[in-house]
Ligand binder design. Structure first.
Ligand SMILES: [Zn+2]
Ligand SMILES: [Zn+2]
Length: 348
């Protein structure tokens, strides 16, 4: 029996924290449940899940459907698309069965690449390696989750670049149904007629559109994510803010807007996997003045989840004297200096 390998290469950078990564996790479970009821997919499809942030990691090696256990997705710092693609190609070399004179190998693998941001590494050499040696032997379907992805750049490695325009629960559900239908259609095609070019399901009624990648694409950052440490439990958490544009009082007639960042939420992270998937320290800053809203600490429930120490790091506090879990300095909360303070943002 020839396998139809299906890879999910999933961006787990900081901006995916919270709702989006939960949706992807639920979506993977749904895909597998659905495919298990399909005789064609059950016969041929093997699934692998690779997560990437600053670095890539296999969450599930190529596994037949009835043995597949949906993984828990970690969060990491950075969006190293080049490193992720290199990791995928190395895995393809290792895991795929090649066709020889003695045996029929695997069908062309389908790779679903999900990303929500701009690469933090330079993917040029990985792109060249992909286009030279792998592109003809694989079907890569690149999906931009939201409008924060340089789709023109994804067009350099894929003829199928799509954008999920809305990221609410309903849209994600419909999107994962589409992924499932596309895998089903391709497994029918390989089984019945031996054609292993990917058969994408229609996108009617889904907030998913095929992108014309010849058009230039301007991307902006939609989120700012900060790394905090709980002063009680010493555990780390992420605080996510969404960018918000508003009119400036007195300048409503001009095409100028004020930018600030509104609180989305605070989420505990698994520090070990977070560090494992990070590719270095961030050098991007954000001023505390532009942040709107303070979460409670998701680790201990302290009222103030964003308190900035003089060392530049973020901790939680109950509003009284607190020792900084990063540098050890003890301080009581004073007024934030006029003009705010620059603090380090996540890797994105
Ligand atoms: Zn805390
Ligand atoms: Zn400190």
């Amino acid at each position: 029996m020839r396998r139809l390998p299906v890879y999910f290469l999933v961006d787990v950078s900081e901006s995916m924290v919270g709702e989006p990564i939960q949706q992807v996790q639920d979506g993977m479970r749904m895909i597998v449940q659905e495919l298990r009821t399909d005789p064609y997919a059950l016969e041929t499809a093997f699934i692998s899940v690779i997560a990437f942030a600053g670095k890539a990691k296999t969450l599930q090696p190529l596994t037949e459907l009835y043995k597949f256990y949906p993984p828990i997705f970690p969060i990491g710092g950075g969006t190293s698309l080049g490193a992720a693609l290199d990791y995928l190609m190395d895995d393809m070399d290792k895991s795929l069965v090649k066709t020889t004179t003695e045996q029929k190998g695997d069908w062309k693998p389908i790779i679903f690449l999900f990303s929500d941001g701009t690469p933090t590494d330079d993917p040029t050499s990985a792109f060249a390696r992909w286009n030279n040696k792998y592109r003809r032997k694989a079907n890569i379907v690149a999906i931009s989750i939201g409008d924060n992805v340089n789709t023109q750049m994804l067009g350099q490695i894929s003829d199928n670049v799509l954008r999920l325009n809305s990221t609410d629960e309903m849209s994600f559900k419909a999107f994962f149904k589409w992924v499932t239908a596309s895998i089903k259609a391709t497994s029918v095609s390989v089984t019945d007629v031996g054609d292993d070019d990917v058969k994408l399901a229609p996108t009617n009624g889904i907030n998913l559109e095929k992108v014309d990648t010849s058009k230039p694409c301007i991307v902006d950052e939609n989120f700012a994510v900060l790394l905090g440490k709980c002063s009680n439990t010493k555990k780390q958490y992420l605080i996510k803010y969404a960018k918000h544009l508003s009119a400036i009082e007195g300048l409503e007639n001009l095409d100028m807007k004020a930018i600030d960042f509104k609180l989305v939420g605070a989420y505990p992270i698994d520090e070990e996997t977070y560090n494992e998937l990070c590719d270095g320290k961030s050098n991007r800053n954000i001023n505390t003045m532009s942040l709107r809203g303070v979460p409670t600490c998701p680790c201990c429930g302290n009222q103030l989840g964003v308190v900035v120490c003089e060392c530049g790091n973020i901790m939680c506090s109950d509003g009284h004297t607190t020792a900084c879990p990063w540098c050890g300095m003890e301080g009581s909360l004073g007024e934030i200096a006029e003009g705010g303070m620059d603090i380090t943002r996540g890797r994105g």
